[in-house]
Design a binder for this molecule. Structure first.
Ligand SMILES: NC(=O)c1ccc[n+]([C@@H]2O[C@H](COP(=O)([O-])OP(=O)(O)OC[C@H]3O[C@@H](n4cnc5c(N)ncnc54)[C@H](O)[C@@H]3O)[C@@H](O)[C@H]2O)c1
Length: 347
């Protein structure tokens, strides 16, 4: 049994990771999360009574709190997900992105380094710091090519620039101080419990509320989609089997234009939750094109052969099966959606 200190565990990917650790392993999990608008305590309420799970509300910028957690729980692994994560918000106001994503990562690295130096040789050998990052740090692809671990950094938005900054800090803490770090750069995630401001949950929510389904620009931007449960299994492979100092690109082998994604969602919704209109109409009729996002990257696509080959991980879900599961989850969990919406005034 190991102790995982997870930051940002009440967000979309963090909560999926913690559900995986609690349901499929016997590890202990400490979750530190500031509970920003993007989090939802209900995503982990089934874990609250489990003695292997411990939640702390706190900010990764709080040095004293973090130091206390390391002293109290002696983590074997730090898995760092806490971040401001929405590109549109970073364009409107980037300060939080710089503070949490860059300064917060610095804080966590420094506290981890001091803690790691204080460990006995057995614990020191086991300790790893895993930074969860995005393929957006590599910028935009034209219609050809794929990102891999050697791709140069070329971020476009304040969000991706702040994540690129944090990746560089993590790599430098390994090179300069020897801290055993790992980085994974993953493509766009989708699945249950995602805050409904990103394309897939936003489309599902707007469809369920019979509101316009918006698409930026001409909708031809391409993303490589991965089901969140595949991502968390990849993350687990990285922390257990990854080679320290390395980075791993994680993708779902699912390149789709935004228009394709939205049409696919509308097809599934038409089949399982027909619109309540008379005469009968389709969700496709709700699709509306809006002005493009400034600096909108054209295409992201990941070549995941390193993690496939070296860590024996491959995504299990097809895009169709993953979307069906996601839509079914949002239909069954309208109260989660309602509570998420009512706790933030930004939707
Ligand atoms: N969603 C994606 O498609 C995707 C893809 C690749 C990488 N990532 C990365 O994975 C990580 C998690 O993404 P997500 O989609 O789950 O994000 P999210 O926005 O759903 O969750 C982020 C969590 O971090 C917490 N948090 C924010 N600031 C904090 C702070 N200062 N201190 C403590 N907690 C704080 C929030 O409360 C929230 O629970 C991020 O680092 C993101 O960059 C996301």
């Amino acid at each position: 049994m190991s102790c995982f200190l997870v930051t940002g565990g009440s967000g979309f990917i963090g909560s999926a990771y913690i559900r995986f650790l609690m349901n499929s392993t016997n590890h202990q999990v400490i979750n530190i999360d500031k509970l920003t608008y993007a989090s939802n305590l209900e995503s982990l309420e089934m874990m609250e009574k489990n003695p292997r799970y411990h939640f702390v509300r706190g900010d990764i910028l709080d040095e004293k709190l973090l130091g206390g957690l390391f002293k109290e729980f002696h983590p074997d692994y730090v898995v760092h997900l806490a971040a401001e994560s929405h590109v549109d918000r970073s364009i409107q106001n980037s300060r939080n992105f710089i503070e949490t994503n860059i300064f917060g990562t610095y804080n966590l690295l420094e506290i981890s380094r001091k803690y790691w130096l204080s460990l006995n040789s057995k614990k020191k050998l086991k300790f790893k710091f895993h930074h969860i990052s995005t393929d957006e740090v590599f910028g935009s692809l034209s219609s050809m090519g794929l990102f891999n671990e050697e791709s140069p950094y070329d971020p476009s938005s304040p969000y991706s620039a702040s994540k690129a900054g944090s990746d560089h800090l993590v790599r430098s803490w390994h090179k300069t101080y020897g801290l055993p770090t790992l980085i994974s750069n993953c493509s766009n995630n989708y699945g249950p419990y995602q805050f409904p401001e990103k394309l897939i949950p936003l489309t599902i929510m707007n469809a369920m509320e019979d509101k316009p389904i918006t698409i930026y620009g001409d909708g031809m931007n391409v993303r490589d989609w991965i089901f969140v449960e595949d991502h968390v299994e990849a993350m687990y492979a990285v922390i257990l089997k990854g080679e320290v100092g390395n980075s791993y690109c994680i993708g779902g082998d699912n390149q789709k234009t935004n228009v394709e994604v939205v049409h696919e969602l509308c097809n599934i919704l038409d089949a399982i939750l027909p619109r309540n209109t008379s005469p009968q109409s389709s969700y496709h009729d709700l699709i509306t094109f809006i002005n493009d996002r400034p600096g909108h990257d054209f295409r992201y696509a990941i070549e995941s052969s390193k993690i496939h080959k070296n860590l024996q991980w491959k995504p299990a879900e097809t895009f169709q099966s993953g979307l069906e599961k996601t839509i079914q989850w949002y239909i069954k969990n309208r109260s989660w959606l309602e509570n998420t919406k009512s706790s933030t005034k930004t939707l």
